[in-house]
Design a protein around this ligand. Structure first.
Ligand code: SAH
Length: 194
C-alpha cells in the first residue's frame, strides 16, 4: 500500500457512502414525519461530522493542506484502514437496508414508525453509528496527516455523544416499555454477551 493508493481507497469509501445514502435520502423526503426532535444542537453536530469526514479530508487529499501535519505513511496501517473501511461500508449498507423507511438524517419519528429489533438491530441499537466510528478509524489509518487523519474521529465523537441520549429518549417516549425491553438486551454499539 502506498499513500496514493490509501488516498484513493479513502475517496472510494466516500463515493460508496454517497451511493448507498442517496436513495434513502430521496425516499425519506417522501415519507411523512409524525414528530420531530431535531434541534440546533443536532444540526451543528451533523455539520461537525460532515466536516470531519468530508470537508477536512477532501481538502487534504485534493490539495495536500495542511502539509505541516504530515507524518510518515505506514503501509500496514493503510491495509488495516482498507479492511476497516470495507467493514464500515457493509455495516452502513446493511443498517440502512434493515432500518428502511424508518431512517432519518436527524431525530424524527415517521408515520407508521415501527421499532426495528431484527437483523443488526438485534445485537446493537446503533449499528449505523457504529459504522460511522469504523469509517472514522479507517480515515485515521488511511490518511497520514495529523489533522485530516483524526478529523473524522472528532466529528463522529461530537455527533455520537451529542445525539445518542436524545435519540434514545425520543424512542423511549414513542415506544415506551417495548424500547426499555429492547434496550435491556442490546448494547449501544457493542453487543451485550449476556
Ligand atoms: N441510531 C440508529 C439509527 C440512525 S438513523 C443506528 O445507528 O443504526 C436515526 C433515526 O433512526 C432516528 O430518527 C430514529 O427515528 C430511527 N431509529 C433509531 N433506532 C431505531 C429502531 N431500532 N427502529 C426504528 N427506528 C429507529
Amino acid at each position: 500500500m502506498t499513500p496514493t493508493l490509501a488516498a484513493v481507497a479513502w475517496a472510494f469509501g466516500l463515493v460508496a457512502w454517497v451511493v448507498v445514502r442517496v436513495p434513502h435520502q430521496r425516499r425519506a423526503r417522501k415519507t411523512q414525519v409524525a414528530r420531530s426532535a431535531k434541534t440546533l444542537q443536532d444540526r451543528l453536530a451533523l455539520a461537525a461530522a460532515a466536516a470531519g469526514l468530508s470537508v477536512v479530508p477532501i481538502t487534504f487529499v485534493a490539495t495536500g493542506f495542511p502539509a505541516f501535519a504530515d507524518y510518515t505513511f505506514q503501509p500496514w496501517l493503510g491495509w488495516l484502514g482498507l479492511f476497516i473501511e470495507l467493514a464500515f461500508l457493509w455495516l452502513f449498507y446493511a443498517s440502512h437496508r434493515q432500518l428502511g423507511k424508518h431512517w432519518s438524517v436527524t431525530l424524527e419519528i415517521r408515520n407508521e414508525h415501527r421499532l426495528v429489533t431484527d437483523g443488526l438491530y438485534r445485537y446493537v441499537r446503533h449499528p449505523m453509528y457504529l459504522s460511522f466510528w469504523l469509517w472514522a478509524v479507517a480515515q485515521f489509518c488511511l490518511l497520514p496527516n495529523g489533522v485530516a487523519g483524526p478529523a473524522g474521529l472528532v466529528g463522529v465523537a461530537i455527533l455520537y455523544f451529542s445525539r445518542v441520549r436524545h435519540e434514545e429518549a425520543m424512542m423511549r417516549e414513542t415506544f415506551g416499555t417495548s424500547y426499555d425491553e429492547y434496550a435491556r438486551h442490546t448494547g449501544r454499539i457493542i453487543p451485550k454477551p449476556w
